[in-house]
Design a protein around this ligand. Structure first.
Ligand SMILES: Nc1ncnc2c1ncn2[C@@H]1O[C@H](COP(=O)(O)OP(=O)(O)OP(=O)(O)O)[C@@H](O)[C@H]1O
Ligand SMILES: [Mg+2]
Length: 378
């Protein structure tokens, strides 16, 4: 491993009111976005929401209909792709099949007319960085999918970009390899101090690799935040459903108290103006106990405890080893419940239960939010 590639070079990227139309389709709709330097930022959203188009706009592969783009202090709106300090890694790797690993990685440097000695050093460094030293002579067809993706990454890194764009770079790899390569990618990005902009529609991948996540829908940015901010304080129902599993129920806020169908919910975080609102509850934040108070496992022993909670009836219980996952019918709708500390048999279908919500896994969505249809997890 070598450290001769420059570190700490990652420039910030800024989009100001960027819109891109393809005929009638508005692929990117008035997007204003500040991507801090040397961070890994993920664009996350369902198929067709404009992720790839946004990356291609930043790379200069797509002209925009309106707006401005900056890299560092420089406006690049009208600069061709070749003059931007950016490289892009594609889902399909896009390696040259007839060139060996060395020549694939060297390609961009040869085009720049660098002397042979410098090319050899730079290619060796890049291949060492991605753990492929020794495979210089192989053709892409003689490599595994994971190795091919590493060649594509080395080919991007050898250009010493300030900004590295990654469009679903791991989607052709199997689940295990995907996890490994994404950790390597994250470590490399941090070590080199590159600005990384990563596209995925896999929310667990986004949570794992990102400093910041940008959630998009229909070309519009829904929310920008750290993984924790998006998970605990989603801006709207779409984000709540897209990041992790979420129950959304209608709640009534009165004088600072929050009620769900006669159950007084213990003080959820979020803005508390009076009115009807949507309450998000993560499945792990709901405790479940049989409705007859005697067997309540989280009973505090205080009188009346057995009657608190939202009444419901088990639809299904799924045994998961240490935990159980339930679907429960309530007056507030069907709720997903994860009992993380299963200490007895799974409750059978039809069991009358009481559900209690824990503040830590709840969030009262801002006013005006209505239950949007569940995000299609593509
Ligand atoms: N060259 C093009 N001509 C016409 N429409 C396009 C073109 N490229 C993209 N679009 C449209 O723009 C919208 C955004 O596409 P984009 O490829 O950015 O989505 P995406 O978020 O990357 O989706 P996916 O997760 O499926 O890759 C889609 O409606 C798409 O059909
Ligand atoms: Mg795409």
């Amino acid at each position: 491993m070598t450290d001769r590639l420059p570190t700490g070079m990652g420039a910030p990227v800024r989009l100001e009111h960027v819109t891109k139309r393809f005929g009638q389709v508005v692929a990117v709709n008035d997007v204003t976005l500040e991507i801090p330097g040397q961070k890994m930022v993920t664009l996350l959203g369902p198929s067709g929401c404009g992720k790839t188009t946004t990356l291609r706009i930043i790379a200069g592969l797509e002209t925009i209909s309106s707006g401005r783009i900056f890299i560092g202090d420089r406006e690049v709106t009208h600069q061709p792709a070749s003059q931007r300090p950016i490289t892009m890694v594609f889902q399909s790797y896009a390696l040259f099949p007839h060139l060996n690993v060395f020549e694939n990685v060297a390609y961009g440097l040869r085009n720049m007319g660098l002397p042979q000695g410098e090319i050899r050093t730079a290619v060796s460094e890049a291949l060492a960085l991605v753990g492929l030293a020794g495979l210089e002579g192989r053709l892409p067809s003689q490599l595994s999918g994971g190795q091919q993706q590493r060649v594509a990454l080395a080919r991007a890194l050898v250009m010493r970009p300030q900004v590295l764009l990654l469009d679903e770079p791991l989607s052709n790899l199997d689940a295990k390899l995907r996890k490994q390569v994404r950790q390597e990618l994250r470590a490399l990005q941090q070590r080199l101090g590159i600005t990384g902009i990563y596209v995925t529609h896999d929310q667990s991948e986004a949570l794992a690799v990102s400093d910041l996540i940008v959630v998009m829908r229909d070309g519009v940015v829904q929310q920008v935040g750290t993984p924790e901010e998006l998970y605990t304080r989603p801006a709207n129902a779409f984000v709540a459903r897209f990041i992790g599993d979420a129950n959304l129920v209608e709640a009534e806020v009165r004088g600072g108290q929050v009620w769900v169908k006669g159950y007084r919910v213990p003080d959820p975080p979020g803005p508390k103006a009076d009115g009807r609102r949507l309450l998000m509850i993560r499945p792990e934040a709901i405790s479940i106990r049989p409705a007859d108070g005697e067997t309540a496992k989280d009973a505090s022993g205080e009188p009346g405890q057995a009657d608190t909670g939202l009444p419901g009836r088990v639809v299904h219980g799924f045994y998961q080893g240490m935990s159980a996952e339930y679907l429960v019918d309530t007056d507030a709708g069907q709720l997903m419940v994860i009992d993380a500390h299963l200490d007895g048999p799974v409750l059978p279908p039809g069991t009358p239960v009481r559900l209690a919500f824990a503040p830590r896994g709840m969030y009262l969505l801002p006013e005006g939010e209505t239950a949007a249809p569940a995000a299609a997890a593509s």
